[in-house]
Ligand binder design. Structure first.
Ligand code: MLT
Ligand code: MN
Ligand code: ZN
Length: 303
């Protein structure tokens, strides 16, 4: 299985246009060692020819240009992207669908909850109906069900419901329901190697543990280092957990949860305020010691 990190940042990207936090200001001025990052998406393929996108970032066109495998140039109009799987209905994971409007009908796999938010609160699917159109393939947020996408059947997927948050424009923002957010288990049918991808994850619930334990590679929510990261900066009154993201540090945090697991561990969907973006910071040293990696744009993982 080939995995390409198209975008490794959370909503806003890094640096974020209006932000002068230590990281954003530092990366702009070159006063810290850190890499700019685009918003959250990965591409996965069994054969290197047919690719499935996980999420469609607002930065998708830049990401495609940086990864020529997505344009095999077999015809005047062409793409190697067979389908797009959406793990939630957030802007950083879906706005890029608009950038694909010149193409054929889009094969989009997502839950009923996500389809609902992308038809009502943020009517992206309805807008796209005036262009290429969307073929919606429902995903059941059920750990017992496996699905695959047409044209790329060598990989199979399982959607695991996660406790996180639907977007602010969801009718259910404050009453999250199963299917608002999923993690996806991705299995290569030939090699049997397993990736578990969950860029938005608020809590490690018991049903999730076997999925984390069996995976060969984990790409998990790297949004915030501390629960009060945005509050302390004075830019929000919301904690990481309020936003549906499990912070990395502290008791009950992501690092503690990752410790006993055998997989290759990669944090992804990193917010621009997160001190792990500073490659020379003590938080990065702590990650190194725990053998936890930080995803970057263009990172490739072979499983
Ligand atoms: C989130 O996952 O909480 C988002 O990155 C927020 C956003 O896209 O604005
Ligand atoms: Mn996000
Ligand atoms: Zn910032």
């Amino acid at each position: 299985m080939h995995i390409r990190v198209l975008g490794s940042a959370a909503g806003g990207g890094f640096p974020q246009w209006n932000c002068n936090c230590r990281n954003c200001d530092g990366v702009r001025k070159g006063t810290i060692r850190a890499r700019p990052r685009t918003q959250s998406s990965i591409a996965v393929s069994a054969d290197g020819s047919d690719w499935t996108l996980f999420n469609a970032s607002p930065d998708l066109l830049t990401q495609f240009r940086a990864f020529p495998h997505l344009q095999p140039a077999r015809a005047v109009r062409d793409t190697a992207v067979r389908a797009i799987v959406l793990i939630d209905a957030q802007i950083d994971h879906t706005a890029g669908l608009l950038m694909l409007r010149e193409g054929e009908r889009l094969a989009v796999y997502c839950t009923e909850r996500v389809r609902e938010d992308l038809t009502r609160g943020n009517p992206l699917f309805s807008i796209l109906d005036h262009f290429c159109g969307v073929d919606w393939h429902p995903i059941a947020p059920d750990p017992g069900i496996t699905f695959s996408v047409a044209g790329a059947q060598a990989l199979s997927f399982t959607a695991v419901p996660l406790k996180s948050k639907p977007p602010p424009y969801s009718a259910h923002r404050n009453e999250p329901r199963a299917g608002d957010n999923i993690g996806v288990r991705i299995v290569d049918g030939r090699s049997r190697r397993v990736l578990f991808y969950a860029p938005g994850l608020g809590e490690i619930e018991p049903h999730l543990r076997p999925f984390l334990a069996e995976a060969d590679c984990l790409m998990l929510d790297g949004t915030f280092w501390t629960d009060d990261e945005l509050i302390r900066l004075g830019v929000s009154n919301k904690s990481a957990r309020d936003m549906g993201h499990l912070p990395q540090s502290g008791p009950g945090g992501m690092l503690e949860a990752l410790k006993p697991l055998r997989a290759r561990k990669i944090l992804i969907h990193i917010n621009n305020t997160n001190p792990i973006l500073d490659e020379d910071g003590p938080e990065r040293t702590a990650l190194d010691a725990a053998a936890v990696e930080v995803a970057y744009d263009g990172m490739e993982v072979e499983l």
